[in-house]
Design a protein around this ligand. Structure first.
Ligand code: SF4
Ligand code: SF4
Length: 477
């Protein structure tokens, strides 16, 4: 039989109820445990990628470089042009669906573990603890009058925060500008105007969000925090206090069975509240401010261990009692999973089929059709070739007339084109065609003024075969 649990309504936290920040700054207590380790694992993983990737070289070039000036993105051995931005849209849709499915299954775990706001706040809080001490020492420092000691601790913290924030801004710019060249300008601070702006702007934003505003960003500025409740259903796992087991709360000695003294398992030590980075009491029920970080679980499990009581007074559990059996087989999870499958498949197909050579043809409209001295008709075209590989290419252009009125076509000039690695080349090409005879004009389609033309480019080196084609028209008059 399903365990009877009271469904605790979602209520606004004290901080949210007034719509303003709490008067006192939250000073969370440090805690250890499986969720804390999980959070730090994600801090290391995400920051190793963020700070480390720009320094990685691949084929003699920065492995990941979003070259906005050159309008191409290098992702290891792949070169992406603005035409490939559809893939970025696919990645964004895929990420959003992944977020939805994770939220439907386990609530706001993204917020608690991997959101940049959480990750940077964790790093800034680590610095704060090193400079100002544990929670109690920080609270004492908050209330202490200004003096040399306070100035030193606070000043040291803000200096370290500033250095980390600027490093973050520098690294962000390093994704868009060759980071090694950027690093050489650090001693002289001779950054370009845009680089200087973004280092300072992003650094200041990091400092403000992770050092000063912290949980207020999640509570008042993040739209996801507002609509995530609509993605929960009775089977969604959320972090919740087991009220039936914990109440009535009260102090008791270690090893004393709570039931024998007429109490619940909660000893009202408030450790779960002290470790909470958003300053809420999970025992009051699921709250909009809760970011599912699991730190209250770590804290409470430590208390339960000391009391020799079973763990799990605070734990992940279904939003509604007895709704845990069909965890995966739920309509919304199925819909999100199907969406993930479709978008993921389309992305994989799009990536695999992404052309490494592109050809765009524009007919020169200023010179429509001209008659040469020998009576042939000439059309002029502008060809744009995009080489999305990291090898130089020598490309041969060919053209053929399509449709009913097939006539031989000759390329007059510029049929071999050199294109540098990851570059675009423009060239002008002249096509010649014999003027249609009276007999040809009698044939089906022979009286056409415009003949469809197909252009094709091939890699002339004979190595890795690459081919691209495009169409245009040949004006006969
Ligand atoms: S209540 Fe628990 S899970 Fe929610 S934010 Fe606070 S510590 Fe994290
Ligand atoms: S940490 Fe556990 S025992 Fe302590 S107050 Fe919170 S729920 Fe009760």
């Amino acid at each position: 039989m399903a365990q009877v649990q009271r469904i605790i309504p979602i209520v606004a936290s004290a901080a949210l109820a007034g719509g303003i920040a709490p008067a006192e700054r939250i000073q969370p207590r440090a805690v250890s445990g499986v969720f804390t380790r999980g959070r730090w694992a994600l801090v290391w993983l995400t920051q190793a990628l963020f700070y480390g990737l720009p320094w990685l070289n691949w084929g003699g070039r920065q492995a990941v470089w979003f070259d906005l000036d050159g309008r191409r993105f290098y992702v290891f051995g792949t070169v992406l042009f603005p035409q490939d931005l559809i893939l970025l849209t696919g990645v964004l849709i895929f990420s959003a669906l992944l977020l939805f499915v994770a939220t439907a299954l386990v609530g706001r775990v993204w917020c608690g573990f991997a959101c940049p706001q959480t990750v940077y706040t964790e790093m800034f809080m680590w610095i704060e603890q090193r400079c100002e001490g544990d929670r109690r020492a920080r609270l004492r420092l908050d209330g202490a009058p200004w003096g040399a000691g306070k100035l030193l601790r606070r000043g040291g913290k803000h200096l370290a925060w500033g250095a980390l924030a600027l490093l973050t801004g520098f690294t962000l710019v390093g994704w868009f500008t060759p980071v090694r060249e950027l690093a050489q300008t650090v001693p002289t601070l001779a950054f370009g105007p845009w680089e200087a702006f973004w280092i300072v702007f992003y650094g200041a934003a990091t400092y403000l969000h992770a050092g000063v505003l912290r949980e207020k960003v999640c509570q008042h500025a993040c739209p996801y925090g507002r609509f995530q409740a609509s993605m929960l259903d009775p089977s969604t796992r959320v972090i919740a206090y087991d009220e039936a087991r914990g109440e009535p709360r009260g102090a008791r000695a270690r090893g004393v069975d709570a039931r024998h003294v007429g109490q619940g398992d909660c000893v009202d030590c408030t450790l779960c509240v002290q470790v909470c980075p958003v300053g809420i009491d999970i025992r009051q029920g699921l709250q909009a401010a809760c970011i599912s970080c699991g730190l209250c679980i770590d804290a409470c499990n430590q208390v339960m261990d000391k009391l020799q009581s079973p763990r799990g007074l605070i734990r992940f559990r279904p939003l509604a009692a007895g709704a845990g059996t069909a965890r995966w087989r739920r309509p919304r999870v199925a819909v999100y999973a199907l969406g993930l499958l479709v978008v993921g498949g389309a992305l994989a197909w799009g990536w695999a089929e992404r052309p490494e050579l592109r050809l765009n043809v524009l007919r020169d409209r200023s010179v429509l059709a001209r008659l040469s001295e020998d009576g042939a008709i000439e059309n002029v075209y502008r060809l744009q070739l995009m080489n999305a590989t990291l090898q130089p290419r020598r490309l041969l252009v060919s053209a053929s007339a399509e449709g009913a009125a097939v006539r031989p076509v000759a390329i007059e000039r510029g049929h071999a084109i050199e294109v540098a690695p990851a570059a675009t080349a423009m060239t002008v090409l002249t096509l010649r065609m014999a003027a249609p005879t009276a007999q040809q004009q009698q044939q089906p389609g022979g009286a056409l003024r415009m003949i469809p033309i197909r252009f094709e480019v091939r890699d002339a080196a004979g190595g890795q075969p690459l081919k691209a084609w495009s169409t245009s028209t040949f004006a006969l008059r």
